[in-house]
Design a protein around this ligand. Structure first.
Ligand SMILES: Nc1ncnc2c1ncn2[C@@H]1O[C@H](COP(=O)(O)OP(=O)(O)OP(=O)(O)O)[C@@H](O)[C@H]1O
Length: 573
């Protein structure tokens, strides 16, 4: 709602103009009816004058109508455009922790379904405003024609509005239910797309997903939407009945009450018939507006943008600080509770890292390595304790500068095919280069790394874009490493990077690439299960149930298995 209010506030002038234009058109419409009524009652007088006045009114009605609609249509579409941009901006401003809590389907639902619903609601804005003003002008004319009949009209309309209000509450609840079912549907869509391998192989799983998950959600949405639309259809017919009841009331009152003349009755009936269209159009717009309101409420409920960008981040490029050291001081990170279960708690952790060091984090599955990696890189802020960089506290305001020291490859990394967009200035060339242009220099460097990573036979680069990202997982990880080279940041975090590499390239990674990066002045944190390469690190830390301890290569063993066992496992791999 806040977003819509802000957008409307920005367009105050256009709104005002649109209201003036709509009012002009509405007044012209009512004057046509009034004029016809007057002519019926008093005769036409001059035919030429009558025709000219009629044509003038029709022209005003047409031109001001088109003017108001064009203003409002533009406003509606601009609001949708801004809503889309704002929503993505808000998601970008949402902390990783909150995004993980919400999950992908909820965010997709907002970006696709909810935005469409709000767009449909805003499209009703021009129609409703125009018809609302037309209705207002018509009602004022009715009040002027006969106060007694107007009182009766008000009573009848009050009855209709009361019925509408009762229905609207129920329908809004149903629409919230439809949205709930739609969100469940999005979860199943995600399973259909992401689980394509498993579903392709297993008929029982396909059936279960289709019959037990997807179909009930789709049916729930359909049944509830049908009920809501049916109720509204009944309401539309009920309104038509009310209009005719009004005409009947006016007609019979006119016949019986002497104070009401025949021309008043004719004027009343004519105007009421004329107002049927705006009433119907306003009523037809209401369901779309209700759906839009439900969608906006759902967007608000997600509590996006919990980490507003600092003004510095919005306006200027972030200046990375010069990394010398980082430390965690009794730092803890606790995941939010899920249902009755309390979330996993990492820490309290004391940890130091200096520029140029190569450190390994090891530990069993679920011990907290990736959680610590996110804490170290500033993707999570500690729930207690502190993170310091170069002895300065990392706070909400300074975390953007801190983050810009890091390049990461997490197991669920996303491979951007645009190498240029993330590349550091230093990798784009300088005066000393032998090649002619910066572009050549850049391409040369990419080619060099593609060769180094042994994927030059699969991938090439054109206009800063990778030729393909449809590769094996191990090859994709090598490309992610290429992007990391081109990003050229000071601290590199690699979360089980070597897990998908063949034994030959794993050896290259631990024995050549990591030492080369270290020699080039990079600080490296690598999460690893490869115990035969632990000696490549300056220090090794072991995580166990959220706690951290130093790992002594000679006296400790990983996962409480003997070195002999792991060597055996390695040789059979
Ligand atoms: N987004 C999340 N929300 C809630 N709990 C989470 C989330 N991510 C991880 N956890 C929990 O935190 C614990 C540690 O997870 P983490 O991913 O840090 O382990 P890990 O040591 O990296 O494991 P692995 O070696 O299997 O990758 C797990 O018990 C997990 O259930």
């Amino acid at each position: 709602m806040e977003m819509i209010k802000q957008l409307l506030a920005q367009s105050r002038r256009t709104m005002l103009l649109a209201i003036v234009a709509s009012a002009l058109s509405a007044v012209a419409g009512v004057m046509i009816i009034g004029g016809v009524n007057h002519a019926l009652e008093n005769g036409l007088g001059s035919l030429t004058y009558g025709v000219l006045a009629y044509l003038a009114m029709v022209s005003i009605l047409f031109m001001s109508g088109v003017w108001s609609q064009s203003l409002l249509v533009g406003l509606g579409h601009r609001m949708v455009y801004q809503l889309r941009l704002q929503l993505v901006q808000r998601i970008l401003n949402t902390s990783l922790a909150r995004q993980e809590q919400l999950g992908g389907p909820a965010l997709y639902n907002v970006l696709t379904r909810d935005v469409t619903m709000v767009a449909n609601a805003t499209k009703q804005l021009p129609v409703s405003l125009y018809n609302g003003l037309l209705l207002l002008a018509g009602i004022s004319y009715l009040a002027w024609l006969s106060p007694i009949l107007f009182l009766c009209t008000v009573l009848l309309v009050a009855l209709g509005v009361w019925g509408d209000f009762k229905l609207v509450g129920r329908i809004k609840k149903m629409m919230a239910d439809v949205r709930y079912y739609d969100e469940r549907l999005f979860e199943q869509y995600e399973a259909v797309i992401e689980g394509r391998n498993e579903l392709g192989l297993s008929q029982p799983r396909r059936r279960h997903l289709f019959d037990r998950r997807l179909e009930p959600a789709a049916k729930g949405a359909m049944d509830t939407a049908i009920k809501a639309d049916l109720l509204w259809a009944i309401n539309l017919n009920w309104t038509t009945v009310l209009v005719f009841a009004l005409i009947g009331l006016v007609f019979f009152l006119g016949m019986t009450l002497e104070s009401i003349t025949q021309d008043v009755v004719v004027g009343y009936v004519l105007t009421t018939m004329f107002l049927r269209t705006p009433i119907a159009m306003i009523l037809e717009a209401i369901p779309a507006v209700l759906r839009g309101t439900v969608a906006l409420k759902a967007i608000d409920k997600l509590k996006l943008a919990d980490q507003e960008q600092t003004s510095n981040e919005r306006d200027e490029p972030i200046q990375a600080l010069h990394f010398e050291s980082l430390s965690l001081n009794k730092a803890c990170y606790e995941y939010p509770t899920q249902g009755d279960e309390s979330g996993f708690m990492l820490g309290p952790i004391d940890f130091q890292l200096k520029r140029g060091e190569l450190v390994f984090l090891i530990g069993g599955n679920g011990s907290g390595k990736s959680t610590l990696a996110k804490l170290l890189t500033g993707l999570y802020l500690p729930t207690s304790g502190s993170v310091k960089v170069n002895d300065d506290l990392v706070t909400h305001d300074s975390v953007a500068e801190y983050r810009s020291c890091f390049s990461t490859i997490f197991p669920n990394f996303f491979l951007f095919d645009d190498v240029l967009s993330g590349a550091n200035e230093s990798t784009l060339g300088d005066e000393d280069v032998k090649v002619n242009s910066r572009e050549d220099y850049f391409n040369e460097r990419v080619r060099h790394y593609l060769e180094r990573l042994a994927i030059d036979h699969k991938v090439s680069i054109k206009n800063g874009q990778l030729s393909t990202t449809s590769l094996s997982q191990g090859q994709r990880k090598r490309l992610a490493l290429l992007l990391m080279y081109m990003e050229d940041r000071q601290v590199l975090l690699l979360d089980e990077w070597a897990a998908d590499q063949d034994p030959v390239f794993r050896e290259v990674f631990y024995r050549e690439i990591l030492p080369e990066l270290k020699a080039a002045g990079k600080t490296i944190i690598a999460i690893s299960h490869d115990d035969r390469y632990f000696d490549a690190a300056d220090r090794v830390y072991r995580l166990d149930q959220g706690g951290i301890t130093d790992f002594d290569l000679h006296s400790d063993s990983l996962f409480h298995t003997s070195i002999k066992d792991s060597a055996l496992a390695e040789s059979t791999r």
